[in-house]
Ligand binder design. Structure first.
Ligand code: ATP
Ligand code: MG
Ligand code: MG
Ligand code: MG
Length: 468
């Protein structure tokens, strides 16, 4: 059975053989796009090549790109622990053509790789095309896909746009049918959110440019941008429909079970899944220079960390857990991503400091939450004021409270929460006396003093050798 590391390498080598330049993942914090919180797809680092603003000495590239989808337009944070196919951190495998090959080759490459090299059963595959894209439809037919498994979709799922303006175009997606023992329906059906038909690969045909006035023109340079989730294809090749049932996740889940002396599977498995997922996103974010803080990227990191820490607490952990799992992650992914090993000490120390701090209020906060719930009518929302107190006094990010309530079938009055927050901000502005440094930065500066900031920002990300 191929491991995750084997599959990444097979993908990159396949496209290398087809004349693609193997490029390293770009960092999670985009260098070229201040509007984007984290890299969330493979094309991010190539934006200027698609628009023609920049050219390089290659017209075909392939990458395994680190992605985080935990905020902004793509936010899969709430899916973790609930679906079999979503992570906050995942690797997107991609091949790109910058004005070189187009639909014919892009579809043929994908089909050959998954049905021949990966040996996936053709009869289990269903594809979608944009409803007006007859060209793509005909190419799939030529590949031998029966017409009842080429679905025309009219929604934005099959029309990709870089932003409100700029390059855009139809896309085609490849789905695998895991069988009717798993809930879910084919793309376009009302049940498509289930895990039966899992989207594995999205192939975008950049052929238009969108303008501010709503008009569109055909691009002179037609390009290809594709993305396949490594963890999803790995699940398939390892005989499962579940990303968390793959070699890498099993190792992380076992590490989490060991550290908490609990059963890795059974009822507690959901907590281990969340911990394993959040361990990856937090570690990779720290390795790319993000530090927990109270706003921006740092707050997304803090939210993910604290969320994981509540799940560790639910496993009965008395001592910090997350930092103990870092060696296992480095063991699994350190060869493909050397920055993880280089930042290991910093990651461990940051996780340990944050978990030690948060533990001081976590238990009391959870008790307060239980008391609040006891006093509420059945099914009533948690008042915004209570959620705000948990945030303000106990350091509970709103989504942590929501995550805790979701298990009990409850929700938060978010309007009330926003109102309480606005009120506090207004008060703070009125009494602000310019005391300087926020208390939270001190943890980070302690850690930075100990480990230095330059040795982890200065690593060499410009190589992809470890991935081949
Ligand atoms: P889905 O509909 O399943 O949420 P998507 O349409 O949002 O996926 P794309 O934006 O098309 O995904 O990204 C390309 C590929 O990246 C997907 O086909 C999938 O294989 C993978 N992918 C997307 N989001 C995630 C995630 N949160 N975790 C793991 N893999 C993902
Ligand atoms: Mg999605
Ligand atoms: Mg989709
Ligand atoms: Mg998609």
């Amino acid at each position: 059975m191929p491991s995750l590391n084997d599959i990444r390498s097979t993908f990159l080598r396949y496209f290398e053989k087809q004349g693609h330049s193997v490029q390293p993942s770009s960092p999670l914090v985009p260098r070229n796009d201040p509007t984007l919180m984290f890299a969330n797809s493979g094309m991010v680092q190539f934006k200027n090549l698609f628009t023609g603003v920049e050219t390089r000495d290659y017209k075909r590239a392939t990458t395994a790109q680190k992605c985080v989808r935990a905020g902004g337009k793509h936010n899969d944070l709430d899916n973790v622990g609930y679906t079999a196919r979503h992570h906050t951190f995942f690797e997107m495998l991609g091949n790109f053509s910058f004005g070189d090959y187009f639909k014919d080759e892009a579809i043929a490459f994908a089909w050959e790789l998954i049905t021949k090299d990966f040996g996936i059963d053709k009869d289990r595959l269903t594809v979608t095309v944009y409803h007006t894209d007859d060209e793509a439809y005909d190419i799939w037919k030529k590949m031998g896909v029966p017409e009842d498994r080429i679905i025309r979709i009219a929604t934005s799922d099959n029309f990709w746009q870089m932003g409100p303006t700029g390059p855009c175009g139809p896309c085609t997606e490849i789905f695998y049918d895991h069988g009717d023992h798993i809930w879910g329906g084919p793309p376009g059906s009302p049940e498509e959110d289930g895990d039966r038909f899992i989207e594995i690969w999205n192939i975008v045909f950049m052929q238009n440019e969108q303008f501010e006035d709503g008009s569109m023109r055909a691009l002179d340079m037609q390009s290809i941008d594709t993305g396949m989730g490594l963890e999803r294809i790995a699940a398939l090749l390892q005989g499962s429909h579940d990303n968390y049932d793959t070699d890498l996740f099993i190792a992380l889940i076992e590490a989490s079970a060991n550290a908490t002396s609990t059963d890795p599977f059974g009822d507690l498995n959901v907590h281990h899944r969340v911990i394993a997922d959040h361990l990856r996103s937090t570690s990779f974010l720290i390795a790319d220079g993000v530090m927990p803080s109270n706003d921006g990227r740092g707050y997304v990191l803090r939210r993910i960390m604290r969320r994981a820490m509540r799940h560790a607490h639910l496993l009965g952990a008395k001592d910090p857990v997350m930092y103990q799992l870092v060696p296992s992650l480095v063991g699994q992914m350190g060869a493909a991503y050397p920055e993880l090993g280089q930042a290991q000490a910093l990651i461990e120390e940051t996780l340990r400091a944050e978990e030690t701090r948060f533990k001081q209020t976590l238990e009391r906060g959870l008790r307060l939450l239980d008391d609040e719930l006891d006093g509420l009518a059945e099914g009533a929302e948690l008042p915004g004021q209570a959620a705000f107190k948990l945030y303000d006094t106990y350091g509970f990010p709103l989504d942590l409270t929501q995550d805790a309530l979701r298990e009990k079938g409850r929700s938060v009055d978010t309007d009330g929460f926003d109102a309480a927050m606005a009120e506090q901000k207004a008060k703070a502005r009125a009494s602000w006396a310019g005391t300087g440094e926020a208390a939270d930065s001190t943890v980070w500066f302690d850690v930075a003093d100990k480990h230095g900031t330059t040795d982890f920002l200065g690593y060499d990300t410009e190589k992809a050798e470890g991935q081949l």
